[in-house]
Design a protein around this ligand. Structure first.
Ligand SMILES: [Zn+2]
Length: 195
């Protein structure tokens, strides 16, 4: 933790030295995209995309899961998506899965999650498909998972309205944590290809 604290302590000076002024951010934010991904520490959206402060609005959950839209209970995920689209007017949404994802692996394998009951509840409530690990392995399971999250995202009212109007782009990505490679979903071929 010490290294993290030292880095945070000197961030202000380094930001000033980098010539990327932070002061204009006090006026507000106009992010280029909403980036939905897993909480996994190996996935660093701003590093992957080169986004600077103010350019990426992030929603991170265990497994990068997008819950089904419902107003029956408050949902941080639905609120974040709604705010990004309705207030910030993001033009694009990226749903990014990743290799070696423990949450998707647990879903696909049907792991015993009794020691992490909150995780078990989240995965079972937030996922409406039992993804089969299959012979093609975890990478393909994660990619099917990304497509499933995109389907659920399309049902969120704010997203659906803008899709109908052709005012928003949805992108499904798959990131390899061990190589840095990014693949993107080609809907025509229903396959993930290099970006
Ligand atoms: Zn993950």
């Amino acid at each position: 933790m010490h290294a993290l604290i030292e880095h945070a302590r000197s961030f202000r000076d380094r930001a000033a030295a980098d010539g990327a002024p932070l002061a204009p951010l006090a006026q507000g934010q106009t992010p280029l995209a909403l980036f939905i991904t897993c909480s996994d520490s190996r996935v660093v959206p701003s590093l992957i995309t080169g986004a600077k402060p103010g350019e990426l609005f992030e929603l991170r959950t265990a497994g990068g899961i997008v819950p089904r839209y419902s107003l029956d209970r408050p949902s941080a995920e639905a609120a974040t998506i709604e705010f990004a689209v309705e207030v910030l007017q993001v033009a694009d949404v990226v749903v990014c899965g990743h290799s070696h994802c423990a949450a998707v692996a647990a879903l696909a394998r049907g792991d015993d999650l009794t020691t992490v009951p909150a995780m078990a509840g989240w995965l079972s409530a937030a996922s409406d498909r039992t993804d089969d690990l299959g012979a093609d392995g975890l990478d393909r399971a994660v990619q099917r998972h990304v497509v499933a999250q995109m389907e659920r995202l399309r049902a969120h009212p704010a997203i659906r309205r803008r899709l109908d109007q052709g005012r928003i782009g949805l992108h499904g990505w798959f990131y390899e944590v061990h190589t840095g490679t990014v693949l993107t979903h080609r809907s025509g071929a229903d396959a993930f290809r290099p970006l």
